[in-house]
Design a protein around this ligand. Structure first.
Ligand SMILES: Cc1ncc(C[n+]2csc(CCOP(=O)(O)OP(=O)(O)O)c2C)c(N)n1
Ligand SMILES: [Mg+2]
Length: 378
C-alpha cells in the first residue's frame, strides 16, 4: 500500500464503540476496530462471525416479504452495475460512470427503512440508490445511455439521476455539494411541517470539506430531520482514508456539533437497517439530525477510467470474501426462511429486469435537438 510521507504523530487513540452525541449509548451498535488502517485477516474473520450471529437475530424479527425485497434490491443493484460496466466498455455509455458494487447493503439497508414520501440526496455514485428509492431500472439505464427515456430525459447521465416523483434529489458531481442541499431539504421539511425525513449520502472524502462541518452545526442548532450517511468505502479516488484524514473516527466528528452518531458495519444490511431506523425515529419524533458512519468497500475503480494502481488485488479479494450479498444469503438460509430455489428465482428476476432495462435504453431515442437548451442553467 502506498503510504503518505508524513512525520505527523499518529491520530489519538479512538473510542472503541459507536457514540451518540446526545450522551446516550445506542441500543445496539457494532464495535469499531481500534485501528482504522487495513484490518488484518484474523480481525476481519472475527468481525464476520460476529456479524453473522447478529444478522441472524435481526432477520428473525422481520417478515419474509420484506427480507425478500431487500435481497432482490441488493442482487438487482449488483447485476445492474455489472451490466453498466459491460455496456460502458462497449461505448454505449459516455462520460463518467461510478459504480456501487460492494456497497449495496448501504443503499438497501437505509433507503428501505424510509417512508415513501421521505427524501434522498446523494453523490455521483447514485444508480443503485435511485432504483431502491423507486426509479425504474429502465429509466436509470436509459439515463446512462443518454436517451430520452431516462429519468431526466437523457441530459443528466450517470451522475445526475433525479426524480421529484420519488423524492430523489440527485446525483451531485461536486464532492460534498449535496450535504448543503440535503440540509436545505430538511430545513424545508421542517418549515413546511411535512413530517418528511431526509437521508443525505456522501463519501468519507467529503467529510474533509467545510460544507460537512457547517451543515452538521446548522442541522443540530436548528433541529433538522436529516440523517447524514457517510459511506466510508476507505478511498477518495486513489487516496486512502489514512493519507487524507487526521482523525479517522468519522462518526465521532458528530460530537463536535452535539449530533447523535453511530458507526455501522456496511457489509451487514440488517445492522445498517437498524441504525437507520433509530436515526429516522430521532429525526421524525424529535426533529434532530444523526450522523452515521457506514464502513464499506468499493470493489471497482473510483470510476470506469480508474487504473487502480493505488491498491492491490489481494486487498480487494479480502473484502470480496466478506461480500454483503453472500453474508445476507447465508444468514437467510440459516434462518430457514429461504432456500437455494428462492435464491435462483431472485437471481433470475434480477437478470431479467436488467435485460429489460438495457432493451428499453437501446430502443429509446436520443433527446430531440429542440431539447438542447431546455432546463439548462448556466
Ligand atoms: C469539490 C470537488 N473536489 C474534487 C472533486 C474531484 N473528485 C471527484 S470524486 C472525488 C473523491 C470523493 O471520494 P468520496 O467522497 O470518498 O466518495 P466515493 O467516490 O468514495 O464514493 C474527488 C476528489 C470534485 N468532484 N468536487
Ligand atoms: Mg470514498
Amino acid at each position: 500500500m502506498p503510504r503518505a510521507a508524513t512525520h505527523q504523530k499518529p491520530a489519538a487513540k479512538e473510542s472503541k464503540t459507536s457514540r451518540n452525541g446526545a450522551g446516550e449509548k445506542p441500543e445496539k451498535g457494532v464495535e469499531k476496530p481500534e485501528s482504522l488502517d487495513r484490518i488484518s485477516i484474523e480481525v476481519a474473520k472475527a468481525e464476520y462471525d460476529k456479524r453473522r450471529c447478529a444478522q441472524l437475530a435481526s432477520i428473525k424479527k422481520i417478515d419474509k416479504q420484506l427480507l425478500r425485497k431487500m435481497l432482490y434490491q441488493m442482487v438487482l443493484g449488483r447485476h445492474f452495475e455489472e451490466k453498466a460496466a459491460e455496456v460502458y466498455r462497449m461505448g454505449k455509455i459516455g462520460g463518467f460512470c461510478h459504480l456501487y458494487i460492494g456497497q449495496e447493503a448501504i443503499g438497501v439497508g437505509t433507503i428501505m427503512a424510509l417512508e415513501q414520501d421521505d427524501m434522498v440526496i446523494t453523490s455521483y455514485r447514485d444508480h443503485v440508490q435511485a432504483m431502491v428509492k423507486g426509479i425504474s431500472p429502465e429509466a436509470v439505464m436509459a439515463e446512462l445511455f443518454g436517451k430520452a427515456g431516462g429519468c431526466v430525459g437523457g441530459k443528466g447521465g450517470s451522475m445526475h439521476m433525479f426524480s421529484k416523483e420519488f423524492q430523489f434529489y440527485g446525483g451531485d458531481g461536486i464532492v460534498g455539494g449535496q450535504i448543503g442541499l440535503g440540509t436545505g431539504l430538511a430545513y424545508a421539511a421542517k418549515y413546511k411541517g411535512s413530517g418528511q425525513v431526509v437521508l443525505c449520502f456522501f463519501g468519507e472524502a467529503a467529510v474533509n470539506q467545510g460544507i460537512f462541518h457547517e451543515s452538521l452545526n446548522m442541522a443540530q442548532l436548528w433541529g433538522l430531520p436529516c440523517v447524514y450517511i457517510c459511506e466510508n468505502n476507505q478511498y477518495g479516488m486513489g487516496t486512502s482514508l489514512e493519507r487524507a484524514m487526521s482523525m479517522r473516527n468519522i462518526a465521532r466528528k458528530g460530537d463536535a456539533y452535539g449530533v447523535a452518531n453511530e458507526f455501522v458495519d456496511g457489509m451487514d444490511v440488517m445492522a445498517v437497517r437498524e441504525s437507520t431506523l433509530r436515526a429516522i425515529d430521532r429525526a421524525r419524533k424529535d426533529s434532530v439530525p444523526t450522523l452515521l458512519e457506514v464502513r464499506s468497500y468499493r470493489y471497482m475503480g473510483h470510476s470506469m477510467s480508474d487504473p487502480g494502481n493505488y491498491r492491490t488485488r489481494e486487498e480487494i479479494a479480502e473484502y470480496q470474501k466478506r461480500d454483503p450479498i453472500v453474508l445476507f444469503k447465508n444468514c437467510l438460509k440459516e434462518s430457514e426462511h429461504f432456500d437455494d430455489q428462492d435464491f435462483e428465482t431472485i437471481e433470475r428476476e434480477a437478470h431479467e429486469a436488467v435485460d429489460r432495462a438495457v432493451k428499453f435504453a437501446e430502443e429509446s431515442p436520443f433527446p430531440e435537438i429542440s431539447e438542447l437548451l431546455t432546463n439548462v442553467y448556466a
